[in-house]
Structures are given as C-alpha cells and as structure tokens.
Design a protein around this ligand. Structure first.
Ligand code: HEC
Ligand code: HEC
Length: 191
C-alpha cells in the first residue's frame, strides 16, 4: 500500500515538472513573438519555410531535376577522374538492368571480380574489399560489407549544381587520379 502511494506521488511529481517545463517553453515562444513583432522583423510563414521559392504545402511549380545519366554500356564508357585521393570511383557506364543488387543477384561481380576483370577491361575490385577491417585480416572472399556496391559507387549525372562547390582535390601522386592505393596507406599517420 505504502509503495503504491509512493508511486502515485512520484508520478504526480514527474507530471508536474513536465507541465511546468511546457509552460516555460510556451511563454518563451510568446515572448519571442512579441519581441519580433515589436521590431517589425519580417515574419516567415509556415508555407515559406523551405529553401525553394515555393509554397511548401502545394509545391505546384516544383519539378524534379532531369538527370541525364550516361547511357554507354560497360566496356564503352570513359572512366571518370577520382573525386579525391582514394575516393570510391564513380560508375562511368550505364547501370540499366544491373540495379538493384539483390542477395542472389549481383551483376557487378560478374565483371569486376579480380579473376575476370582484366578479360573484360573492367577495374578489378581492390584488396580493401576483401579485408575484414575489424580484425585487419585478409579474407578469401569479398567482405559482406562490400556486397552492396551501389551503396558507395554511384553513376554520375549531368545536372546543374544548386550550391557552388569550391572543393578541389589535392592528389599527392598523379596516378591517384585514376586508381586507388588505400590498401597500402591504410595506417598512414597511425603507425
Ligand atoms: C559487363 C561488365 C560489367 C558489369 C556487369 C559492371 N561493370 Fe563496372 N565497369 C566495366 C568496365 C569494362 C569498366 C571500365 C569503363 C568502361 O569501359 O565502361 C567499368 C568501370 C566501372 C567503375 C569505374 C572504375 C574506375 O577505375 O574508375 C566502377 C566504379 C564500376 N564499373 C562499378 C560497377 C558496379 C557498381 C556495377 C554493378 C552495378 C558494375 N560496375 C557492373 C564492366 C562492367
Ligand atoms: C562501403 C563502401 C564501398 C562498397 C560497398 C564498395 N566499394 Fe568499391 N570502393 C570503395 C572505396 C572507398 C574505394 C577506393 C579506396 C579503395 O581502394 O578501397 C573503392 C574502390 C573500388 C574500385 C577501384 C579500385 C582501384 O584499384 O582503383 C573498384 C573497381 C570498386 N571499388 C568496385 C566495387 C564493387 C564492384 C563493389 C561491389 C561488389 C564495391 N566496390 C563495393 C568503397 C566501396
């Protein structure tokens, strides 16, 4: 019986505290509004609360960006320069019919596994993808974490950039623009 009374009491206390907190929050909002109005600051309505110059609720004039992906079939595409040192390379060829990757169906492996890649002119999957990063041991198969290629490798589309990007990669070696050497530099600066 005593226990129940205690529980009821503590529940009341918790409720009381949160009600109090709500009240303070409410009055803080009211104060903000008053302050804003008094300074004649421009009021942004809920409908305008977006980066687009458009009513957020109707979005009548908003159309998705038309993205032109490369249509060149694997084997006839031109590789992209790497975005930065050891960046995952962008997919330069069409991925029509290759995605989505499924548990029993990963077409990428058919051309990119090291034992076949050379014969079809594809870049072989690098050693890092055959390594268990927890134990730092090489595996005799592709690491499970690397199975879903399109999680990291994406095709590039020709679209206007909405925000200008001033990033410029700084390659330490010229050949890093077209291949990776992550397996050799993994512990650089650590060991
Ligand atoms: C029919 C063979 C084939 C298949 C299937 C294939 N690729 Fe390729 N891939 C190539 C070839 C060949 C190249 C070299 C560029 C070219 O000639 O198109 C390439 C290039 C790439 C590159 C660029 C490598 C670099 O060095 O810049 C990436 C990344 C890539 N493919 C990822 C994928 C992914 C992910 C899939 C599955 C969705 C896939 N590929 C399926 C043959 C293939
Ligand atoms: C977790 C992210 C991730 C996944 C998943 C992944 N990759 Fe990579 N991949 C990378 C990164 C990062 C690099 C560059 C650094 C390196 O070599 O590890 C890379 C490099 C590559 C390269 C270039 C190798 C070279 O010598 O220049 C190829 C080809 C490639 N990946 C193919 C694949 C394929 C095919 C799959 C699916 C079976 C895949 N990757 C899955 C992140 C990933």
């Amino acid at each position: 019986m005593k226990k129940m009374i205690l529980m009821a009491l503590s529940a009341a206390l918790v409720l009381g505290i949160s009600a109090c907190a709500n009240k303070t929050a409410e009055s803080a909002v009211q104060m903000d509004e008053q302050e804003l109005n008094s300074k004649n600051a421009p009021i942004v309505t809920e409908e305008e609360l977006g980066l687009r110059r458009e009513n957020l609720y109707t979005e009548q004039t908003t159309a998705p960006v038309r993205a032109e992906y490369t249509s060149a079939a694997p084997g006839s595409a031109k590789r992209f320069e790497r975005s930065y040192e050891n960046a995952p390379p962008l997919i330069p060829h069409s991925v029509d019919g290759l995605l989505p990757i499924k548990k029993g169906n990963n077409a990428c492996l058919g051309c990119h596994m090291p034992d076949v890649a050379k014969s079809v002119g594809a870049t072989p999957i690098p050693k890092t993808h055959f390594m268990d990063f927890r134990t730092q041991k090489m595996l005799d198969h592709l690491a499970e974490q690397r199975f879903n290629c399109s999680q990291c490798h994406v095709p590039q589309a020709n679209v206007p950039t909405l925000v200008k990007n001033t990033f410029e990669p700084d390659f330490r070696r010229a050949d890093e623009k077209s291949k990776s050497n992550l397996i050799d530099v993994l512990n650089e600066g650590v060991k």
